[in-house]
Design a protein around this ligand. Structure first.
Ligand code: SF4
Length: 398
């Protein structure tokens, strides 16, 4: 049985109601349990349990140190293409957005990766929009193969594929697959995804299972907070994580915590999740899943990221760019604009003003923490943690 069947029978709305009406006593009781259930998780993210942020933080901090040590694993996203055939209302890369697009050549991908390696990264996330022509399985396989020798850990965040299409990517050296469900609310999902194959909610929801069947041994999941109610999303992602831990048990699982950021198209969040809500969720996820990696990207401000490190975050991106060619200016000479999916070639004057070593391709969203990777690593050290540029195993056996 896939997660879709389990998801369809989940009493999500009644768990949300339970969370909204839970009292302080219910929160305390769930916090004291050695193995919280999904109903306990609903109590831990309740408005009442916001009053328990200190004890939640203490338990989350202790569990994180016991399971992960005092280390923060660093990774960098490498955007290889911003072409996309989907229309996702909240994303700058949406097909209908008239933005500057490019797909990097293999040499350009190597050039970008080399710059990240120079910063110290050994764990890379290749990101691309969904476009079978520009971002084909063969192109992705070649990108992974080009980097494999230099990168101990290569993850992908690309359009969902069939298991058979994932296999060559694993064979080429990719070990991780990240796929955000965006929202677990079917109605909101249908409203947000107005064109392209991404409209298929169930197909996306089953993606981690297909990736696991193909051999990926790091799986990353998440909603995008700001679309549906955050407690609804949190309960669903917790149920999803629980399913994957039971059924894809050979894989390391990570849960990301992305909140919507400004982007091309100027989409406004539909729901609000405060910084305090986010901190409460980090603690609740850690208490529910002591061994699951929690990922915080540069979508969040430096101040908030620094504050969440001791609470339970285990993995962070740093010095990120969300546009292809963002680290070295690679691909700058072949930008094109698309208007409703059609390519419109640019005159030289439209991109010639781009600064040296920069690209004018449009980013997916605005970064909130603009510190360099070195600055983030220094801060991590100042907080008493070790920044780790490789993977957990390497760190723990060093
Ligand atoms: S979220 Fe992904 S699929 Fe949707 S428009 Fe952006 S890049 Fe394309």
């Amino acid at each position: 049985m896939s997660f879709v069947s389990e998801f369809n029978s989940l009493p999500v709305q009644s768990l949300v109601q339970k969370s909204l009406s839970a009292g302080l006593a219910a929160g305390r009781e769930s916090l004291a349990k050695p193995k919280p259930s999904l109903a306990d998780f609903a109590n831990l993210i309740s408005p009442a349990a916001a009053e328990l942020l200190e004890p939640l933080g203490r338990r989350s901090h202790t569990l994180t140190q016991q399971r992960f040590g005092k280390v923060i694993r660093l990774f960098a996203p490498l955007y290889i293409s911003n072409e996309c055939i989907n229309n996702c209302q909240y994303c700058g890369f949406s097909r209908d957005n008239p933005i500057l697009r490019v797909t990097l050549s293999l040499d350009e991908v190597r050039q970008e990766a080399q710059a990240l390696k120079g910063q110290g990264f050994r764990n890379i996330l290749l990101v691309a929009g969904e476009h079978p022509k520009f971002v084909s399985v063969n192109y992705l396989k070649d990108c992974v193969a080009a980097l494999h020798a230099d990168w101990p850990s290569i993850s992908l965040e690309v359009g969902p594929m069939e298991t058979e299409d994932y296999r060559p990517l694993v064979g080429a050296g990719a070990d991780g697959l990240v796929v955000y469900q965006e929202t677990y609310d079917r109605k909101v999902y249908a409203d947000m995804h107005t064109g392209g194959p991404k409209r298929n909610f169930d197909w996306r929801l089953e993606t981690p299972e297909r990736a696991y069947a193909a051999g990926f041994r790091r799986l990353g999941i998440s909603p995008l907070y700001g679309l549906a109610d955050w407690r609804y999303e949190a309960i669903c992602v917790a149920a999803h994580a629980d399913y994957l831990l039971r059924n894809c048990w050979k894989a390391q699982l990570t849960i990301s915590l992305p909140r919507l950021r400004p982007c091309a198209g100027e989409f406004q969040p539909l729901t609000h999740m405060s910084d305090r809500d986010l901190a409460q969720l980090v603690c609740a996820l850690r208490i529910m899943f002591p061994d699951v990696g929690l990922v915080l990207s540069t979508r969040e401000s430096a101040k908030l990221r620094d504050g969440l490190i001791p609470l339970g975050v285990t993995m962070m991106s740093a010095g990120s760019h969300t546009e292809p060619g963002g680290y070295t200016g690679a691909g700058r000479g072949k930008l094109h604009q698309t208007v409703r999916g059609r390519i419109v070639e640019l005159g030289a004057s439209e991109w010639a003003s781009a600064p040296e070593n920069a690209t004018a391709a449009t980013g997916q969203f605005e970064i909130a923490d603009g510190r360099s990777s070195r600055e983030v690593a220094d801060l991590i050290r100042r907080l008493g943690y070790e920044p780790v540029w490789k993977d957990w195993d390497a760190a723990l056996t060093a």
